[in-house]
Design a protein around this ligand. Sequence first.
Ligand SMILES: [Mg+2]
Length: 272
Amino acid sequence: MLSPVSRQQLEQHLGAPLPQDPQLVLVTDLDGTLLGGSLAWRRRFYAWLAKERQRVLHVFCTGRDLQSVARVLASDASHGLAAPHLVIGDVGCTVACGVSLALVPPAMEPIEALWAGKSELLSQLLVDVPGLSPQPISVDRRLAFSYDPDSFDSALIARIEAHGVDCLISDERYFDVLPSGVNKGSTLLALLDWLQLDRQRVVTAGDTLNDLAMFETGLAGVMVGNAEPALQLRLPDLPHTYLARAQGCEGIVEGLIHFGFGYLLGDMQAEL
Ligand SMILES: [Mg+2]
């Protein structure tokens, strides 16, 4: 589906260099995951990420758009949250430099191609649908709605998907319409290939159904303890995913130890 892009081509669009030989590629969802858990654990984990920038290549993988990611970085800087190296935003439809938040066009061209014409077509189809209200965010390469399960007719999903798109319901309140086959997992795998990163060094973490595609890649995955029940139900089908007992950042740390990355964690390991 995605055309080959070289690491060099991607790096030309980045405002800061990537670590040359990262020991860990940590791919975190934001809400409920990197932004989840106690404030004490968040501060501890963010300080560790900031200190380990050369050994840990950090990727945000979120449903938020870039403006919303910028707001998180601004508001949580006071807790020590540093910019990641890369951002996968809009549930896999956007790829950007973590530091500058500048788009990485070569990574998005294949996604743009799949989305061409869909927005106009589907915006009309999805006007005034009971249970769906458009979210006030930028909607490049996807459509984003707030979702009410009680008033939405789920038979509509097949009719929408017949137009060559995927519908994704997450956290029982978000409804995304995405280019067919594009999700957090597909964009992550493409990025890992382009950057020639060793899949054995990758750990993903998430908490809602829009993270399922990351867990289905077969990469090591951490489902944090506060994951939504519908996601936890999928655990038996996800042999490389670990369900943490702890929530948010503490759960990520627990998962990193489970997958053998405890040696990178220093003092944090003893705190758990
Ligand atoms: Mg989340």
